[in-house]
Design a protein around this ligand. Structure first.
Ligand code: ZN
Length: 181
């Protein structure tokens, strides 16, 4: 089974023993390396007309497929702060962390540096009046589209977690709630 660690990150020895599907132990010094889920924040942003902000991904993995603003949560950040920052970086929209409400967490897998890492995607919902002023970062976002939830083509998402979150949002009835802050 492929593993993300080729050498001991403590002593540099090349002999990592596979202890389980998520633990690799250095045969020389005993240093233990783990695969643990990487937390990511994803923003489900609705406007006053109950349209969801869907983006077309501008980079791999999933280049050209659909998604929502989001990314890996950085050290010291809360999930809401991560959702706010990623939204700002990718779309230019300034939505404060307090405007995001936790919705659901779903497992995902993300190809990075030659290894498929497990991630745990945390989805947060925010409501804004409109998407006016949105400025997509072309390095991240190829195209952006406000879409009615019922019209989002779930099969075109890069990640199953994203499609599942949108499906659950449809069922939740959240999209019918009034604008809140
Ligand atoms: Zn070692």
């Amino acid at each position: 089974m492929p593993k993300p660690y080729q050498f001991c990150s403590d002593c540099g020895a090349p002999d990592l023993k596979t202890m389980s599907d998520r633990e690799f132990r250095c045969e020389r010094c005993g240093f233990r390396h783990f695969i643990t889920p990487i937390p990511a924040a994803v923003a489900l942003i609705l406007d006053a007309q109950d349209r969801l902000l869907v983006i077309r991904r501008g980079h791999e993995p999933g280049l050209g497929l659909l998604g929502m603003p989001g990314g890996v949560i950085e050290p010291e950040e809360s999930g809401e702060e991560g959702a706010s920052r990623e939204t700002r970086e990718e779309t230019g929209l300034h939505i404060p962390p307090e405007a995001f409400r936790y919705f659901v967490s779903l497992n995902n897998r993300y190809l990075f540096q030659g290894f498929v890492w497990p991630t745990i995607d945390l989805f947060f919902v925010a409501r804004i009046e409109s998407f006016d002023g949105l400025r997509a970062d072309p390095a991240e976002v190829m195209e952006w589209m406000p879409m009615k939830l019922d019209e989002v083509p779930l099969e075109q998402f890069a990640f199953g977690s994203n499609a599942e979150a949108v499906r659950r949002l449809r069922e939740s009835g959240l999209q019918a709630s009034p604008t809140s802050k």
